[in-house]
Design a protein around this ligand. Sequence first.
Ligand code: PEP
Ligand code: MG
Length: 574
Amino acid sequence: MKGIPASGGIAIGKAFVYSKDPLRVSPETIAPEDVPAQQAALDAAVEKSREQLLAIKSRAGEALPEKEAAIFEAHLMFLDDPEYTGIAREKIGMELVPAAFAVKAVTDGFVEEFRAIEDEYFRERAADIADVGERIVRNIQGAAEADLSLIEAGSVVIARDLAPSDTAQLDRTKVAGFVTEVGGKTSHTAIMARSLEIPAVLGLTGATREIRAGETVIVDGDEGTVITAPDEAEIEAYAKKKKAYEAEREELRLLTGAPSVTADGHRVRLFANIGLPADAEHAEKNGAEGIGLYRTEFLFMDTDAMPDEDSQFIAYRRVLEAMRGRPVVIRTLDIGGDKELPYLKMEQEENPFLGVRALRLCLKEPALFKTQLRAILRAGAHGDARIMFPMVSGVDEVRQAKAVLMDCKRELAGEGAAFDPEIKVGIMVEIPSAALTAEAIAKEVDFFSIGTNDLCQYTLAVDRMNAGVGYLYDHFHPAVLRLIKLVIDAAREAGVHAGMCGEMAGDEKAAALLLGLGLEEFSMGAASLLRVKRAVRGTDLSKARRLADEALRLESAGAVRALLEAAGGTGSRG
Ligand code: PEP
Ligand code: MG
């Protein structure tokens, strides 16, 4: 099967088919003689749930933070509570309903009761009991696995889609590879997979139907192929390819401490993109000189309530401390498009990528925006934090956002709080209108960061999530290159920094071209850092400038690719 190659490397493992589709519970009544069988099904499912939870808990002992381990403890407690499973058991006999329906009804009752209590603790318990109920129902029905924590070592996760919060919660030591039905190269699943260095093939329609749980699959994240039920020869061939890939990775490790300078001595800054505070350590290990993009939305997507100012502050401070004084660009909330917050009521939109997304949403919801800005400002007292606004379409939005920032500074000063009053402010240039008016915007900011993922999407009118038009999505399109050039030139003219944090910055084949266009700061998933460093070190800047001039005059992405290939010497792999 052929999908989109989204994260490099080879995986050979057992399929773990994952589905979060809502459970369907039938309210049909049962015959009185079926009561014992349904009660037995309930007992068996409770027992199975107990085994699963104990297994998770014993593994959790070492791997999970204390808080999460405590959650499973709470789940076990509910399972043993006769008030809960006992009532469900009785309900089957008294109301003549199937086991799954009885469990769901009793669970919903408890959840409602707990939610009504004005206390954080009980509201959290409501989520726990809902989870336990769902686990029992799934076990009664034998439904596809809905719990990623049940994954066994060496698994290839097969899913329709993986929310960033799913990928983040996975025990990556157990995941050999990812296969999903939706998502493109720059979808957030792809970005996460690369940052975890796990091979991934996305956009494989029908994968969850066609791949059976437990069967052996091979994932080739470079080619975008997935092979089911491979024969001996295929396994052997791919095992060999896997070894070669790992050997190259080892070789790249030797570059970790080496400076990022071009062959003719020009210094380039290589930063990392992160999605979770824990990624900062990974970035450090790969020699990142700073964080060029911290996608804060994962912090908001991972919970069922809006994180408050203090919990955001703690997360941001953790990243700043991990980076020990080096710059950390914290991007304000980029929600909308393909990312939703379950607890934030958002209007259904016909075209969410053109709708109330990112900064537009923040300007509409000033309380949410201010909470985040205050947390970043306060974290700024603990390191070199910088603020970056996403999805800017023109200078007015920047002025509005800065006015809100100014309010936050005033408030914090009034409260006597510690914060960074001189915090640097920049924007993502990811909408063509912002690129085309970059000189006006440059007067308002300290830096630009070019977001090629969206810049391509909006310039080429190609939905970055839509596998059907994936063949048109290409950051080497001369239209994209010309916009990048405009931004870099406007920044230089105004004396502000211009970096790039879209996936193009992590494409080793693009490195020489981008250097030639004048880019001096590249920010990318940590897994790409060493490859790009190798490409930078192999590039001669004066030659790269000529290459860029030529590329800008070409007529198509294909022509640019051909030019780069002919120029060679970028150290690029196939
Ligand atoms: C981009 O659009 O290039 C970018 C870096 O932001 P995101 O991928 O989070 O939209
Ligand atoms: Mg973007």
